[in-house]
Write a protein that binds this ligand. Sequence first.
Ligand code: ASP
Length: 338
Amino acid sequence: MKHKTLAFIAANLLWLSQAQAASAPVGIVIHGGAGTISRDSMTPAQQKAYESTLKHAVDQGYEVLAQGGSSLDAVSAAVVILEDSPLFNAGKGAVYTYDGTHELDAAIMRGDNRAAGAVAGVKTVKNPIKLARAVMEHSEHVLLTGAGAEQFAKVQQLELVDNSYFDTEFRYQALQKALKALTKTPHQANLRLSPLFPLEWNVGTVGAVAIDKNGLLSAATSTGGMTAKRFGRVGDAPLIGAGTFADNHSCAVSATGHGEFFIRYQVAGDICARVRYQGKKAAVAADEVMQELKEVGGLGGVIVVDQKGALSWHLNTEGMYRAKREQGKDAEIAIFKD
Ligand code: ASP
């Protein structure tokens, strides 16, 4: 008898938690990089182009959620659109390395079992975020790099392209400016606390965070890194806890900015840790972390979703390409700080 009562209570509790999870509001936030993005530095046509690509990406991601799809599929769909656009420093349009090539980094993470996949320094994979997801779902590893990661992409039958596919004139000009600056100073790796180049030469890393109807939080980030990077430099984007993090107990975060700071200050993980262990609201934790980062010279921004579906963005730069869409609402798109 006692057994039956316990089983009855357990069944009801399970039903209740499933019903609660099923009613979680869905939502998605995306970014297309943070940095010196001012109104005077953009023509109205450029602004429109950014806004319409951001809208397309956030709407596609939202559509996945609205159809009952997972947040993992939603962030992947949004990031693929941004990778395919030449406007952003990810996939097509990635910045150039010192040697005049492109080396791409990406990561994806899910917040229920904290599975994650990431790649660094890949040169021929059209959509690095798809490779990161394949690492998560079809390997026992978290992070694959360079030639090995590309071999894995072949095994996974992902689309490969010539490195020149990622070329754009705008990024090529940024490299020329960087190389000129480098004749006066040694290489980027020697610089300690300030970025050698203005952030606008790199701006355009992309990312997405989302929550689906089952309450699953996911995060994804993809980037070409920093202009004129050398010596196999890897940024924060593919490092779990630095530029990308998701944990259903707290929040999901995707970051953009001066990667060395985001790595050293474990920005994405720190925001979620403050939520989980200090009981702070995700938006409060993210504001704190970005303010503290600014105080030590780290510039950039983050997008955040918490386990209740609150969506937010936080930047300590002049601008960040960004968009969000809450359940039942239209997309909200922004570029400049205010
Ligand atoms: N965080 C990227 C990196 O350091 C660059 C960026 O987001 O602008 O590789």
